[in-house]
Design a protein around this ligand. Structure first.
Ligand code: ADP
Ligand code: MG
Length: 261
């Protein structure tokens, strides 16, 4: 059953620059509560930049600037009095390359985000939270007997699931995933895809993927990004994944989803 606490994310008229170089032009996208939205499109068209704007990581890059707004459950994520850590807590991120703290225990890895965001958990709650998050990430059964082993000792797929567990521990409203499976083997990939479909009942998910089959398997809706020669990236077409794959409205979408570029 989908959670009643699910919220959507609304990007409105987003433009982005690195120095003078404009990389996104007027991108608007509504990412619906309780759905997986996939961002697809060729390399360099601004998908990762767009994703970083959705949790205020873009502003960590010194040359970066942006225009437009991002609304989380209708509230401006960039409001002047809104704390950065709060924005990051509500919108979690999982990266392409699994990045657990390698020498830190599996247990402490799950809880690592709590410290960073200033959240605290009591000892009993910690044990429960670790079990809950590892279970949701599909890793509990494999690691329950070695929670004190270092995160770096796990396989790549397990490390990525540990990173998902770490993101979940801070109870985000939205989970952003930037090509979370591209460093993984097919079996690990399928397990993460399954986890994504299970998680979407409690957290809204936005995933960047290069893999069209993956987009078709995991997403409810897709947005096709493109940066045509010398122009900043934008969305060519977005909509229900099934419709976009079977009846694309734009020739460029059709060419892309059919692997013609
Ligand atoms: P995608 O994820 O779709 O491959 P990116 O968002 O990574 O695209 O990149 C979009 C554009 O922004 C590219 O032209 C890329 O070179 C540029 N870019 C990305 N990150 C930076 C950065 N930190 N500094 C300068 N330019 C960047
Ligand atoms: Mg990218």
């Amino acid at each position: 059953m989908p959670s009643p606490d699910l919220v959507g994310l609304d990007a409105r008229h987003i433009s982005a620059w690195f120095g003078e170089h404009k990389v996104l032009q007027d991108v608007s996208l509504h990412m619906r509560a309780g759905e997986v939205t996939a961002l697809i499109g060729p390399s360099g068209c601004g998908k990762s930049t767009f994703l970083r704007i959705l949790n205020r990581m873009h502003e960590l890059i010194p040359s970066a600037s942006l225009a437009g707004e991002v609304l989380l459950a209708g509230e401006d994520l960039y409001a002047r009095d809104r704390r950065l850590t709060e924005a990051r807590r509500q919108v979690g991120m999982v990266f392409q390359k699994p990045n657990p703290f390698p020498t830190m225990s599996i247990y402490d890895n799950v809880l690592a985000g709590l410290k960073l965001t200033g959240l605290k958990a009591s000892r009993d709650t910690k044990d429960d939270l670790v079990e809950e998050c590892l279970s949701k990430a599909g890793l509990w059964k494999e690691v329950r007997d070695r929670l004190r082993s270092p995160g770096g000792a796990l396989s790549g797929g397990q490390q990525q699931r540990l990173c998902i567990a770490r993101s979940l521990a801070i109870k985000p409203k939205v989970l952003l995933m930037d090509e979370p499976c591209s460093a993984l083997d097919p079996t690990s990939t399928r397990r993460i895809e399954q986890t994504i479909r299970e998680l979407v009942d409690e957290v809204t998910i936005v995933i960047v993927t290069h893999n069209m089959q993956q987009a078709a398997r995991v997403s409810d809706r897709c947005a096709f990004f493109l940066a045509e020669a010398g122009t900043p990236g934008g969305i060519v077409e977005h909509g229900l994944t099934d419709a976009m794959f079977s009846r694309p409205q734009d020739q460029r979408t059709s060419d892309y989803v059919n692997g013609r570029f």
